[in-house]
Design a protein around this ligand. Structure first.
Ligand code: PBG
Length: 325
């Protein structure tokens, strides 16, 4: 082979390297998660996620304006309500925090794609993603409430709802109740393969949803399983998911790759809070270069097959793209 074949020929200068680059990241592929809380004039730092805040709606409007300038076109909303209860009523209250945010953001930023995270865990006093009955999570009762919440989110202006609860059958129930309300164009981006992961650690501080007892392993997936993700994704697509999410991203790139080959709907990977915090922490110590590490992590997720990436780095990445190197 050698000396005929010299792969380095295509690496000798940057224009050549760019010409043969296989994967890239475009701002239109990134989705930025935001935490909205009730009250006024709040920008509360999340200690474990430097640069990420809980925003009251008035301040969120200012932040979204800045974020949009960086090229972000889609945001994913999480709500932190004032009060919590066993049935997570804030999730399906027409005036719940996320519903208020959706209405206001839709009005101020009609071009922005609004995605509502759909789960009960931020709204229940016990912090679980469903209704608790006799110490366990009742699947079918939870699904009913999720379907109600989806309708309220869609009525308030969500372009997509993103169920992250991992109850069985929720995508079908959500699709049915959206359609019954004439909300046929509200898309469902389902967290289809969501693992019970330690990498959600910092999110628990951000969304104040730590389970009061037990953990989420009776509904989220076992990190040891690969083929089970195919099954979860198949079911969600059959039930009507318009996009499917694999979550977390970097520790599950094999799953992202499998799912990309398996389905024809867009594949989304969620670079979760712990992935963000690890990179931030190491960069904060000067142990790695933030920009290079972020770019490489996003490229790896795209290379594995993700069409879209949910990432807390989205606005930061957009700012870097606008700077000359
Ligand atoms: C809630 C939800 C979680 C995340 C998104 N939606 C946390 C969990 O399941 O415990 C995690 C996001 C992140 O870590 O960035 N259902």
């Amino acid at each position: 082979m050698f000396p005929v074949h010299r792969p380095r020929r295509l690496r000798v200068r940057s224009a050549l390297r760019d010409l043969v680059q296989e994967t890239s990241i475009n701002m239109r592929q990134l989705i930025y998660p935001m935490f909205i809380r009730s009250g006024k004039d709040h920008q509360i730092p999340i200690r474990s996620m430097p640069g990420i805040y809980q925003w009251s709606l008035d301040r969120a409007l200012e932040h979204v304006a800045v974020v949009q300038e960086t090229g972000v076109r889609a945001i994913l909303l999480f709500g932190i309500p004032e009060t919590k209860d066993p049935l997570g009523q804030g999730a399906y209250d027409p005036d719940g925090i996320v519903q208020q945010a959706l209405r206001t953001l839709k009005q101020h930023f009609p071009q922005l794609i609004l995605i509502a995270d759909l789960c009960l865990c931020e709204y229940t006093d016990h912090g679980h993603c469903g209704v608790v009955k006799d110490g366990t999570i009742d699947n079918d009762e939870s699904v009913k409430l999720l379907a109600k919440a989806a309708v309220q989110q869609a009525l308030a202006g969500a372009d997509m709802v993103a169920p992250s609860d991992m109850m069985d059958g929720r995508v079908a129930a959500i699709r049915q109740s959206l359609d019954q309300h004439g909300l046929v164009n509200t898309a469902i981006m389902s967290y289809a393969a969501k693992y019970a992961s330690a990498f959600y650690g910092p999110f628990r501080e951000a969304a104040e949803n730590t389970p009061e007892f037990g953990d989420r392993r009776s509904y989220q997936m076992n990190p040891a399983n690969r083929r089970e993700a195919w099954r979860e994704v198949d079911l969600d697509v059959l039930e009507g998911a318009d996009l499917v999410i694999v979550k977390p991203a970097m520790a599950y790139l094999d799953v992202v790759s499998d799912i990309k080959a398996r389905v024809t709907v867009p594949v989304v990977a969620y670079q979760v809070s712990g992935e963000y915090s690890m990179i931030q922490a190491a960069a904060g110590h000067g142990w790695l270069d933030l920009r290079q590490a972020v770019e490489e992590s996003l490229l790896s997720i795209r290379r594995a097959g993700a069409d879209l990436i949910i990432t807390y780095f989205a606005p930061q990445y957009g700012q870097w793209l606008q700077q000359v190197r």
